[in-house]
Design a protein around this ligand. Structure first.
Ligand code: CP3
Length: 350
């Protein structure tokens, strides 16, 4: 089959997977692994006046990035930042209200969009400094992942000005003013390419593109607003960095996944919780690495539920390169012992 099996002690197991190697146990990291479930995160979070200040303070952001590595020893660290620093660097007002999530000045009119600038990478300099600090402190077997939000997901917050249950405001905007919405998406595509290229230049070894709201789009809109922009970002980044490892996470893409995976050009696809791993392992191009997809609630529950859910996933992906992860971000109420238990299961079963 041309697939080599390598012990995961060699260099960086996370990166080995991308060379079509089956790494056993599979490399593991968890989406949102730096965050409120960690007491040490809550402690340093309290030192910053706002969440954005926290993201833009390299000393604190680097510490937050490293905390889950120090405590658990995951195979990869993910840069501590947020997808909404991009609208901030485009000149839209962004803030985070504690307990309520993000708040932005919503984009309503053509002028609101015309007012946005190109991406101000100077403003994002603290992010690149964070990457530099993390790189010099990470254990040599741990990879560093950078990220951005996909244009559809970022645009949906920019239009609504906040989180909504189904991104109705952006969907309506895109139907009513398709040309104008396309302009916003194009702006986000080029901003994301520049931002990711700068992260790679600063030292990240892989990137993940989060399309957390892909699942609310009907087929035609999925192609226009999710698939095409993600593909354009991947092409733009690869034109500058052909070797960079790219993970796309189109949450909720469901039956679109096999076509999405083949067309978008990513090396790996992040699978969300409801995707049947056996189906994905069979239907998605064998050349593509699959990442996922434990239910974050199984990790909250722990015990037998955690054990059997984890084993099902390992079994389904045995035989193809796999990165173990959750199907969405870790929940703040997750007990630390359950994360330890998960890693024990992976290390003994993988
Ligand atoms: O550990 C990591 O994964 C790295 C850091 C990271 C954060 N946000 C930190 C964060 C990453 C990769 C993100 C991505 C992100 N941000 C997404 C895509 C992934 C997903 O979860 O679907 C989205 C949609 C956002 C936007 C966002 N940021 C929302 C909706 C919220 C509020 C909801 C919440 O969880 O509080 C945030 C705030 C945020 N981003 C927090 C963290 C740790 C919590 C704020 C705090 O600690 O005060």
């Amino acid at each position: 089959m041309g697939l080599e099996s390598v012990p995961s002690s060699k260099t960086k197991p996370f990166l080995n997977v991308f060379d079509h190697k089956i790494v056993s146990p599979p490399p593991a990291w968890l989406m949102r692994q730096a965050g409120r479930y960690l007491p040490e995160y809550r402690e340093i979070r309290a030192k910053a006046s706002s969440f954005l200040d926290f993201c833009y303070t390299p000393k604190l952001a680097a510490e937050a990035t490293l905390q889950p590595i120090t405590r658990f020893g995951f195979s990869a660290a993910i840069l501590f930042s947020d997808i909404l620093v991009v609208p901030d660097a485009l000149g839209q007002k962004v803030s985070f209200e504690s307990g309520e999530g993000p708040r932005l000045d919503p984009l309503v009119t053509e002028q609101d969009i015309a007012k946005l600038s190109g991406i101000n990478l100077q403003k994002l300099e603290p992010v690149f400094e964070t990457i530099d600090r993390v790189k010099s402190a990470l254990p040599e077997e741990t990879a560093l992942i950078g990220f951005c939000g996909a244009p559809w997901t970022v645009a949906s917050y920019m239009v609504a000005g906040k989180g909504t249950p189904d991104q109705g405001p952006a969907r309506l905007f895109a139907y009513r003013q398709q040309g104008l919405f396309q302009k916003l998406i194009d702006l986000l595509v080029s901003a994301s390419i520049d931002y990711l290229a700068a992260q790679i230049k600063a030292g990240v070894e892989a990137i993940q593109i989060f399309d957390s709201w892909a699942g609310v789009l009907p087929p035609h809109e999925f192609e226009l607003w999710c698939l095409k922009p993600v593909k354009a970002i991947i092409e733009g980044v690869r034109a500058q960095y052909p070797e960079i490892r790219i993970i796309a996470f189109p949450r909720g893409a469901g039956s679109h996944l096999p076509a999405f995976a083949t067309i978008c050009g990513a090396d790996a696809i992040g699978l969300d919780t409801p995707v049947d791993p056996k189906w994905a392992a069979k239907e998605i191009d064998q050349k593509i690495v699959l990442q996922g997809n434990l239910d974050p609630l199984a990790l909250v529950a722990g015990g037998k539920a955690l054990e059997s859910s984890t084993r099902n996933i390992l079994e389904a992906f045995a035989g193809r390169p796999h990165i173990f992860n959750l199907g969405h971000g870790i929940l703040p109420e997750t007990p630390l012992e359950h994360v330890e238990h998960l890693l024990k299961i992976l290390r003994s079963e993988g």
